[in-house]
Write a protein that binds this ligand. Structure first.
Ligand code: GRF
Length: 217
């Protein structure tokens, strides 16, 4: 089977884009990044695409009067590149219901919390303020609602005494870079698919161990 063609949509730093590019560089990985789109001309992540020799496009949302027109321009590029899946990676634009509808089941996002907790912005700050002891990240299919949709995978990390937004974000981000490629592989391989509101796996996934914070011994 030919590799699945992926588009990655970014707005900024692009460390998750880099993790996906690195994963796809492995000949055994069943996907290739065919296109990177940024809505911000100065997004740092564009440099990762350039270095990897991947086609990149800047579609600046400020050039469009409405969200729908911007989304239509993005769709045109995605269709032209014949992409199979779209990975949102720090893409800071809400997408219109039409866009989500057109790419349903093929549109994936990563969010730095254990959804459905802490949807939206300022996630790590709100996580720290809430006093929860376990944080993490989620890769999920995108639905019309923000930071919602069937969950593909999650990774958990402890919240440690003295954590700041920076230290917690860095701990979560390290897991994002492992979780996103692993989740994409599952979907592209056909080992997991949407079933109603959830994602079901074909085979039993063995996941050992537990995270208890504070530790019990
Ligand atoms: C990540 O924390 C991701 O979960 C969130 O935005 C951040 C993007 O970081 N959606 P990067 O641009 O991939 O480095």
């Amino acid at each position: 089977m030919p590799d699945a063609k992926i588009a990655v949509l970014i707005s900024g730093r692009g460390s998750n884009l880099k993790a996906l590019l690195d994963a796809c560089a492995d000949p055994d990985f069943p996907a290739e990044i065919a296109l990177v789109i940024s809505n911000k001309p100065k997004a740092g992540g564009l440099e990762f695409a350039r270095k990897a020799g991947v086609t990149q496009a800047v579609i600046d949302h400020r050039d469009f009067e409405t969200r729908e027109e911007f989304d239509a321009a993005v769709t045109e590029r995605l269709r032209a590149a014949k992409v199979d899946y779209i990975c949102l990676a720090g893409f800071m634009r809400m997408l219109s219901p039409d866009f989500v509808d057109e790419w349903r089941s093929r549109l994936i996002n990563i969010h730095p919390s254990l959804l459905p907790a802490f949807r939206g912005l300022h996630v790590q700050e709100r996580t720290l303020d809430s006093g929860v002891k376990i944080a993490g990240c989620t890769v999920h299919f995108v639905s019309a609602e923000m930071d919602a949709g069937p969950i593909i995978g999650q990774a958990a990390v402890p919240v440690l005494p003295g954590d700041t937004v920076e230290t917690l974000s860095a701990r979560i981000l390290e897991q994002e870079h492992r979780l996103y490629p692993a989740s994409l592989r599952l979907i592209v391989d056909g080992g997991a698919r949407i079933s109603g509101a959830v994602v079901q796996y074909d085979s039993q996934i063995q996941c050992a161990g537990s995270l208890i914070n504070p530790p019990t011994d």
